[in-house]
Design a protein around this ligand. Sequence first.
Ligand SMILES: [Zn+2]
Length: 155
Amino acid sequence: MERRRCLASATPSSQTGSMALTISQPAHAIMLAAAHRAAPHEACGLLLGSASRIEVAVPTTNVAPDPARHFEIDPAALIAAHRAARDGSGAQVIGYFHSHPNGLARPSATDEASAARDGRVWVIVAATNDGADAITCWRDGADGFEPLSYCVVQG
Ligand SMILES: [Zn+2]
């Protein structure tokens, strides 16, 4: 099996055998750009792909009443993506991404409270103006958010 070269990666220290994710380089770049464009508001969007691979990140409007502190994905974009996945014209919606302009590199208390516990992937982009960006990946599991390791790959 060919070894993949990771352009960027993270391995949570508390990892207990969680499945690793692959993120395409374009999806990784789009999430970082969206986070910086939205600051000081939170960016958010959909993650499309299959199983354990994030192929495409689709930034959507943050329709939360207080977008500097919360995120809420535009429901119309969410419905359209689910419809496209069912039609077979779009990739599966495997999860969501959002940014933390305050630099918190893990789910916030609000995220914990709004989690659906449905097994989807959450990517959190901790983006600060000093350029110290950190992307962390989580699975919204039945027992709470589990950290996921990831590898960003070309193409
Ligand atoms: Zn959050």
